[in-house]
Structures are given as structure tokens and as C-alpha cells.
Ligand binder design. Structure first.
Ligand code: NAI
Length: 464
């Protein structure tokens, strides 16, 4: 008889959530994790530590910019970098220990070490091999190399997102290669700490895939905050000399060559599925042409008894997408009907202001030739936002022209990452924009801007 019903490889948000739900549903469960602490990239070197640094530096920005305006005079805080790093580490520790506690509470075994799959039904960890009914691969992703460029991450002068979270000192200047989520979040952190940050982005605008109007406003606001942008530029080489980096890039419009010298380079041009060492080749597992594990609707791989979720399969590389897949798969393995609605997965960029989205963009609707209406509302018309110096940005709600059903929402503004969820819930219930518009929202809250955007899809907003 198998020792376990389920063994999950990887304890990131996909793996640990899947494990907890499996255990709750009565399956004997173990998780393989080779890192010293549970929680994967997200808790150890991703979402959680970056949010600690974003929170601390945003507090600094407020103290510098809005405190005097509110009559809070006195010494602006100075930065104690080792203490900020200690606060970040404490945040990580609390979260990773929290997962360890949840594993104990749910009687989930932590098989410490790096796992591989010698054959279906068996997982090898170190010298030990465990028999199991179902194997779940939740091994996450790694930093992808910059396409077509000679860039070696040395962890000191040229860093990836992990290195950028723990720089020994605050650099005077930094180039961020890639104007995506990681580049802009960590670029914001260092910009607020006084680093001169230049973002070099291959495309003509930042955050590809984002609603174009939001992306444009976002770039304008970040530029005002001091970040510099070089767009439509391909980085070809990074050379390190005498403790500095020289970045060579070409502008795509005229192929002209340029270079720039800085203290630190952050490479943030995307991530790739992490499947090395699992033994997938020997198992003959089918992969997509983008190096992801191919799965069916129930997360089944091409090898019987082996499943995959999260960053190793298709879809956005987001912790919450992996979590939802983890829960759905646990339900499937327990004989229930697990399901993820991929049409309602929010995305958030935790800068200031925040950027959040769910559903389709206006560009996608145009591409589909769909008749739609737009309800827009600026935070300038929101009393709370004005009082808090947070009036930059807007809410844009997209609804079907005929049925009024909500199709998407794009927000740039204060607490956008939290505000977006009322639209997520509305979309899950197949709501119309009128449903949101007729829902009483407390005054004064930022959420009134969401309702005003919904009102703008109908007879019009009140405060615009
Ligand atoms: P990304 O895919 O968000 O952005 C990469 C950017 O680099 C793109 O704008 C791309 O056009 C640009 N690029 C590619 N090659 C380039 C080159 N040679 N020169 C200049 N620019 C180039 O990738 P990122 O920021 O590394 O994030 C990786 C993953 O992690 C993403 O899937 C992201 O969603 C996820 N993530 C999510 C977070 C969140 O939800 N808040 C936070 C951090 C990461």
C-alpha cells in the first residue's frame, strides 16, 4: 500500500495550499521542499519580502512628501538599511513559520530535500523513495535569462529579483532591464530610497498586456516620482568593470547604439518554469513549446498519476493563480469537482499608486470585435482620495453594450489591489455594471470610485 495519497513537490503558494486542502479533505499528504523554509519563491524571495520593502519605502515617501502638507513637521526619517533588511527578514520568518505551523496542524509531512520522480507512483527525496498514489508538481519558476543578450547575473553588480531584495547597500544608480511587474516594484523601492533608477524596456511602453490607458498613466506617474524610462530599447550586453556596470543597448526605432554606466543592474525580463532535476525527460512527460508541463483541464500531465499546477504550467505566473489551482486539484483528487475560473484572476502591481486589473482589456475587446461600454471615474472626484493626497489615477469598468454584464476592470489608484476584488466577486456572479452601481458604498471610501465607474456605464457618475 502507498505511504501517501498525495506527495506535492514544492511548498510555494501552489504546493502548500494544495497540501492543506488535500489534508482537510482526508488525504494523507506530504510536501517535498529542499529550501530551509517553506513558502517557495513567494514567501522567501518574492511577493512577501518585496511588499515589506515597498511598505517601508512608501512610508518614507509619505513622510517626505505629504507629512509637511498635513502639518506634521520635524525631522524626516533617515534610512537604516540593515534595520529595514531585518524588518523584511522578520516578515519572511513570520510567514514561513506560519506555513510550518499549518503543516503540523493539518498533519502534513515535510519531506526535506529536493525531490525527483523515478517513476509514476514514486518520489525520491535524498536517499529515500516514497510510494504514493498521486504526485503533484508545484515546483514554481526561475528567473529567465535576457533573450538575445550577454548578461551574466553575478549577484553583486548584476542582480535578479532575489539579489535586489538584499543588496548590501543602497546603490547610487541602477538600471532595471524590463519594465514589467518586478522591475517597476523594485525600481520604485530603490527610487524612493534615493537611487537614480533607469528602466530600459524592449517594447514601446511599460507593463505589456495591461490596459493601454492605465499603462500610459502609470508611466507618467512613475516618471513624476523620479524613475527614468528608455522604451523601445533592446539591451545587448552588460559588462562589469571596477565595481560598476556598463549597459549597452540599441534603440529599436533607428538601431542607434547607446550605453549607460551604473552601480547596479536589475535583470527583470521574466521567469521560466522550474522543472530541472525532476526527471521529467526520463518519464517522457509532454511539455509545451514554452517549456511548461502540458496538462489537461484537471491538471493531469501526460504521465498517469502525475499532476502539475502553478508556474510550471500555462497561465499567468501569479501566486494566487497557483493557490486556486492547488485547491481545485485537491478537490479533484478527493473525488470532488475542482474548478478555476481563469476569466476572473486579478493582477496587481504594488507600486504607489497601485495598479490592478481583472477580466478583459479594452484592446482585447476591440480585437474580439465586441460591442462594449466604458465607465471611467477619476480619483480626483473621490473625497477620501483628495484628503489623503491619493487622487492620482482612475477606475475603468468595461461592460457588454447589450447585456451590461461586466467584462473587465482596470484601476490605477490608491488601494487598487484591494478595490479590484468587488469587481472579481461581481464577475463571478455574472453581475451587470448596474448591479455595482446600485450597491450602496460607504462614504467616504476609495471604493466609491468603483461605484462611480459603474454609474458611468449607465446614467453617469455623480461626482464628475
Ligand atoms: P514581466 O513579464 O512582468 O516583464 C518583463 C518585461 O521585460 C516585459 O515588459 C518585457 O517586454 C521586457 N523585456 C524582455 N526582454 C527585454 C530586453 N532584452 N530588454 C528590455 N526589456 C525586455 O516579468 P517580470 O517583471 O520579470 O516578472 C516575472 C513574473 O513574476 C511575471 O509573470 C509577473 O507577473 C510575476 N510577478 C508578479 C508580481 C505581482 O503580481 N505583483 C510581482 C512580481 C512578479
Amino acid at each position: 500500500m502507498a505511504q501517501y495519497d498525495v506527495i506535492i513537490i514544492g511548498s510555494g503558494p501552489g504546493g502548500y495550499v494544495c497540501a492543506i486542502r488535500c489534508a482537510q479533505l482526508g488525504l494523507k499528504t506530504a510536501v517535498v521542499e529542499g529550501r530551509e523554509t517553506l513558502g517557495g519563491t513567494c514567501l522567501n524571495i518574492g511577493c512577501i519580502p518585496s511588499k515589506a520593502l515597498l511598505h517601508a519605502t512608501e512610508a518614507l515617501r509619505e513622510a517626505e512628501t505629504t507629512f509637511p502638507k498635513m502639518g506634521l513637521k520635524g525631522k524626516t526619517p533617515s534610512v537604516d538599511w540593515p534595520q529595514m533588511q531585518a524588518y523584511k527578514q522578520d516578515t519572511i520568518d513570520q510567514n514561513t513559520k506560519g506555513i510550518e505551523f499549518l503543516f503540523k496542524k493539518n498533519k502534513i509531512d515535510w519531506l526535506k530535500g529536493w525531490g525527483s520522480i523515478p517513476e509514476a507512483g514514486r518520489v525520491k527525496v535524498g536517499e529515500e523513495t516514497h510510494d504514493v498514489k498521486h504526485i503533484v508538481i508545484a515546483s514554481g519558476s526561475d528567473v529567465a535569462p535576457v533573450p538575445g543578450a550577454a548578461i551574466e547575473v553575478d549577484g553583486k553588480i548584476v542582480v535578479d529579483s532575489e539579489g535586489a531584495l538584499s543588496l548590501p547597500k543602497i546603490p547610487r544608480s541602477m538600471v532595471v532591464v524590463g519594465g514589467g511587474v518586478i522591475g517597476l516594484e523594485l525600481g520604485s523601492v530603490y527610487s524612493r530610497l534615493g537611487t537614480e533608477v533607469t528602466v530600459i524596456e524592449f517594447l514601446d511602453g511599460i507593463t505589456p498586456g495591461q490596459d493601454a490607458e492605465v499603462a500610459k498613466t502609470f508611466q507618467r506617474i512613475l516618471s513624476r516620482q523620479g524613475l527614468k524610462f528608455i522604451t523601445g530599447a533592446a539591451v545587448s550586453e552588460v559588462e562589469t568593470k571596477n565595481g560598476k556596470a556598463e549597459i549597452a543597448y540599441k534603440l529599436r526605432k533607428d538601431d542607434s547604439a547607446h550605453d549607460i554606466k551604473v552601480d547596479v543592474v536589475l535583470v527583470a525580463t521574466g521567469r521560466k518554469p522550474h522543472t530541472a532535476g525532476l526527471g521529467l525527460d526520463a518519464l517522457g512527460m509532454s511539455m509545451t513549446n514554452r517549456g511548461q508541463i502540458a496538462v489537461d483541464d484537471g491538471y493531469k500531465t501526460s504521465v498517469e498519476g502525475i499532476y502539475a499546477i502553478g508556474d510550471v504550467i500555462e497561465g499567468p505566473m501569479l501566486a494566487h493563480k497557483a493557490e486556486d489551482e492547488g485547491m481545485a486539484l485537491a478537490e479533484i483528487l478527493a473525488g470532488q469537482a475542482g474548478h478555476v475560473n481563469y476569466g476572473v484572476i486579478p493582477g496587481v502591481i504594488y507600486t504607489h499608486p497601485e495598479v490592478a486589473n481583472v477580466g478583459l482589456t479594452e484592446e482585447q475587446l476591440k480585437e474580439q470585435g465586441r460591442a462594449y461600454k466604458v465607465g471611467k471615474f477619476s480619483f480626483m472626484g473621490n473625497g477620501r482620495a483628495k484628503a489623503n493626497f491619493n487622487a492620482d489615477g482612475f477606475v475603468k469598468l468595461l461592460a457588454d453594450k447589450e447585456t451590461d454584464r461586466i467584462l473587465g476592470c482596470h484601476v490605477i489608484g490608491p488601494m487598487a489591489g484591494d478595490l479590484i476584488h468587488e469587481v472579481c466577486v461581481a464577475m463571478e456572479f455574472g453581475a451587470a455594471s448596474e448591479d455595482l452601481a446600485r450597491t450602496c458604498h460607504a462614504h467616504p471610501t476609495y471604493s466609491e470610485a468603483m461605484r462611480e465607474a459603474a454609474l458611468a456605464c449607465g446614467d453617469g457618475p455623480i461626482h464628475a
